[in-house]
Design a protein around this ligand. Sequence first.
Ligand code: TXA
Ligand code: MG
Length: 335
Amino acid sequence: MSDIQQAAQHLAAGELVAMPTETVYGLAADASNPAAVAKIFAAKGRPADHPLIVHIGDVAQLERWARDIPPAAYALAAKYWPGPLTLILKRQPGVPDAVTGGQDTVGIRIPNHPMALSLLAEFAKLGSGAVAAPSANKFGRISPTKAAHVKSDLGKDVAIILDGGECAVGIESTIVDLSRGAPVVLRPGAITEEEIAATVAGTDHTPQAPVAAAAAPRVSGALAAHYAPRTPLQLIASDALLKQVDACVFKGQTIAVLAFSVSPLRHPAVLWFAAAHSAAHYAHDLYANLRLLDAAGVDLILVEQPPQSPEWRAVTDRLGRAAVGSGADADGEAS
Ligand code: TXA
Ligand code: MG
């Protein structure tokens, strides 16, 4: 029996499976089985009211999970699925509360990774064919982009880890809320707000006033402190970087630097990592880099601020959250 068939059997038996996707590794359980979904929350240490994304293998399954699906959703699905895009839609009444956090909406995507798609196809033969899957990391910590990351965080909690190599995209999917009329981007990702707007422009959605913050759904990726290394991390403008490095060295601090330029100095207290210059490449490396920077055992991580343009927005968002959440010495210090 192949690893994928075995993993599908574990899902059907209500066990947890770590699966690769093109964004980050997911911690998957049968989305139709509340007891299986409960194991995700226990393994991650995630609050039970934080909703999960349902991963399906085929757009034909969409209507089993969502209702009142607007044309904009089909337009986005046709253009970007399988791919790094999650749609928030009104839920079907049968969707377990454990998946939606009790909300009246559900997040859905088709991941673009051959192993994930094979797993979903195999699981469709044995069970619901849909898995609820958050990123396969402890709550509030850095998302995994390699099988080894999953193993070190959650290895003892899963029945099997499918190793699909490095995640091609490297940061989580763009989340678009289509449940309240005009689309609202809840989490930036590789697919930009501009691309979303261009795709839905020709479709028939009902424009509404922007969602008030208080009415906005709970999104754990929207917590200020998320994706966080344990070492304090500071984002620093390009023109202030070298001065800050000097100041740290002068204070006797050891530092790790992630910067676009090559190191201008050799100093035993300074570890210098060269960052990729394209946003896509930077995103691909981001979480592995944050883990390396964190493992360096330095007093402080300095990250050079990326450019302001739209393609860098998702990376800048994750770095900002990493900075806010950094320095916590225990799991689950995410809020
Ligand atoms: O790329 C991804 O989206 C990865 C891979 C594994 O697919 N998954 C991921 O899951 O990032 P997670 O649980 O770490 O983040 C999912 C986000 C959370 O911030 C959650 O609150 C939000 O999606 N979400 C899920 N359902 C929602 C809903 N009904 N309304 C609003 N936000 C929702
Ligand atoms: Mg996550």
